[in-house]
Ligand binder design. Structure first.
Ligand SMILES: Nc1nc2c(ncn2[C@@H]2O[C@H](COP(=O)(O)OP(=O)(O)OP(=O)(O)O)[C@@H](O)[C@H]2O)c(=O)[nH]1
Ligand SMILES: [Mg+2]
Length: 298
């Protein structure tokens, strides 16, 4: 099982490591601020947050005469921490609760669903999975392989069949079998595709017709390595597909990480879980402090 620190090695060494090194400079010259700005942008913090950080650090260093690395570092860390907010924990209180999982292809939906299923099963929940990704023939196989290892059942349809029909059957099965949690896997073609968003809307409608209030949550799976492109994706999924939270995958493979600070503050979406590797237990609840420790070092 990967831990936060190992997973964030790249990020700590790349942009954020250079930021820390820069903060060791003894004089706050214009060149220092320029370098600072360029490193913040390279870390994918975006122009708005970058400007806020520079202003905040300039005010702090001016008002309090701070020129010591540790103090600027602490101010930066505190500011970034405030962007992340507190950790959130999702409650699945309805029986059955339905979690819809969406995201572009390859982002890590199916793997994350297997990890979640494992986790909730371990917590004593009766979990059922739905393979509503009927677009790719191998997709339900992949989910079934994971589920087989966990002893969890998957409701699937024939390749090319209607994802709405799979969602319908799965929702009925969840009710009939008195399941605690139904997790629905979906296809991941590009978010610019009208069809994908329409398909997701239809799956939502169907789920809601069978189980009142379903889907109770819709989580968007974002690949941390996509960097700030992921923000545009996320906005589209939030607006068109009702995403209300994020699973951030492949934190172990990304090296920028700055856009992660913008998910909550700019999109209003809480990060529930992060993927720290490819194994079944490489999933952790998002822990803002562990994330900050991971990128800044302790
Ligand atoms: N290193 C790492 N790899 C991951 C993580 N999560 C998923 N992956 C890998 O990413 C690849 C794609 O994962 P899938 O779960 O198939 O992605 P998907 O979103 O279901 O893809 P489509 O069904 O094609 O849309 C696989 O090789 C996974 O092992 C993670 O947290 N860390
Ligand atoms: Mg998949």
């Amino acid at each position: 099982m990967n831990n936060w620190r190992t997973a964030l090695d790249h990020t700590r060494r790349a942009a954020f490591g250079r930021l820390s090194a820069l903060l060791g400079a003894s004089e706050l010259t214009p060149a220092f601020w320029e370098e600072m700005e360029s490193l913040l942008l390279q870390a994918d913090l975006g122009p708005k947050l970058t400007q806020q950080i520079i202003t905040m650090l300039q005010q702090k260093s001016g008002a309090e005469g701070i020129i010591r690395r540790a103090e600027l570092n602490r101010a930066l860390r505190e500011f970034l921490g405030s962007q992340l907010g507190d950790s959130v924990s999702a409650a699945f209180t309805e029986t059955p609760s339905v979690l819809l999982v969406a995201g572009v292809n390859g982002s890590g939906k199916t793997t994350s669903i297997a990890k979640l299923a494992h986790r909730y099963q371990r917590n004593g929940k009766r979990v059922l999975l739905a393979a509503a990704d009927t677009f790719r023939a191998a997709a339900s196989d992949q989910l079934e392989v994971w589920a087989g290892r966990l002893g969890i059942e998957v409701i699937a349809g024939a390749p090319g069949s209607d994802p709405g029909a799979v969602a319908h059957d799965a929702a009925q099965a969840a009710l009939a079998r008195n399941m605690d949690l139904l997790i629905v896997d979906t296809a991941g073609r590009q978010h610019t595709s009208y069809n994908l968003m329409e398909e997701l809307k239809k799956v939502r409608r169907v789920l809601g017709r069978v189980v009142p209030g379903a889907p109770h949550h819709t989580w968007l799976v974002l690949d941390a390595a996509t960097g700030q492109n992921a923000l545009a994706q996320a906005a589209a999924f939030r607006d068109a597909a009702g995403a209300d939270g994020v699973i951030l995958t492949k934190l172990d493979g990304s090296s920028k990480g700055g856009f992660i600070f913008r998910i909550r503050s700019e999109l209003g979406l809480p990060i529930h879980f992060v993927g720290l590797g490819e194994k079944i237990d490489d999933l952790a609840p998002f822990d803002p402090q562990a994330f900050l420790d991971g990128i800044f070092g302790r």
